[in-house]
Design a protein around this ligand. Sequence first.
Ligand SMILES: [Zn+2]
Length: 170
Amino acid sequence: MNNKAIDLANSVWFKNNNQGEILYDQSWFTEHFLTEDSTLEIPLKASFIEQLLTLRTLLLEILSTGEISELQREQLDEYLSKAIYHPKISYKDGIMSSSWFCVSDYENQLLSEIAQDLIRLFSENKIEHVKTCSNDECQYYFIDHSKNKSKKFCSSKCNNLIKMRRYRAK
Ligand SMILES: [Zn+2]
């Protein structure tokens, strides 16, 4: 399962590598952040992209240190409070249950979900397993789910690339 906070943090790669701001790329954004039932308007509003960029700066600060300061906690709480949820009754196979339903607009819901995903890294003790890819040209953040926590690369793509380079260098 991907983590939206990590995805947003990693989007800075394109800017750092002089490829412009990827958040303006509709297809990239849709692929990473939108689900079938999301009602977010595409193209994104410039004001919303600004909010995402501000949140990304905060995420990068937190991921680089692995800690959340008092001030950062307040800032995250601010994002969390943007989405207003209430329980809603639903029926599935004739069984009644209630689940959380977001009543605010999807922009605020997404900002809140990204902040929730960051907090999940801490609450589920995954933050210590968040690493940066050992491919110097990549350096994407990823969660190491491997048993012995020995993963060095964000993807098999980076892994194979470096293996191939080492092999050629021999
Ligand atoms: Zn990588």
